[in-house]
Design a protein around this ligand. Sequence first.
Ligand SMILES: [Zn+2]
Length: 257
Amino acid sequence: MAGFTSDAILFRKIEYGDHDYIITFLTENLGKVSVMAKNAKKSVKRFQGALDPFSVMNIECTYSKTRKNALPFLMSARLEEPFAGIRTDAVKTGYASYWIEILNSYLEADKEQIELYRLLIDSLAALDKGLIAKEVLNLLFQIRFMTIAGFSPDFVCCGKCRVPIDRIREGNVVFDFKDGRFFCGKCADRTSETGIRVSKGTLKQLFWINNNGIQKAERIRFSPVSIREGEKLLEAFVPCHMGREFKSLGFLRRVRS
Ligand SMILES: [Zn+2]
């Protein structure tokens, strides 16, 4: 194959020498791909200002004829959706950077992952236009990501006695982000360091948005308490299961407060 074209979202752009960039994209057709953009610092015409963070573009790449393991060359990038509303807003930038850092660390190179591509595009579009409250969108992105990645938490029954959430009398339960399960008052391990107290209502709302996706998310009303609990829960659960800290989460927390 001589090359490929695909819609893509820019993940990361690193300077390489005086003139070039190495750019990592999440592409629709090939998953995460790193490419060499020769003379991109000077060649405004070829890329038409398309190489900005968070924008969606159609890229055209070719493979090196002489070096088998060389990065593909980025020949052109045509801007399709600038999502300029994100770049001009520090808090929106914080959310978008966090989502991209999660996907960039999770995805392997050259492996198509269309569900995560769609989740990111739809989340960026909603963030750009302000269709859904940013905080709710962030909960939705994280819970959907965890489900697609196969770390789906159990919000239905107590992780030990299996009593369904609706039949638990107490208003609060303990969600253990290491186990990805919650425990009723009788079963919760009080000494666990990875348990967070949350209301049943918060878990039920997270369960609902996970199953209904972005299109219906604007219908749900999260109380300020549920937003705070959901943030605390998911922003511990995601890094714990990925086995790493996210730099962008520190930035997000600073701009958000
Ligand atoms: Zn129980």
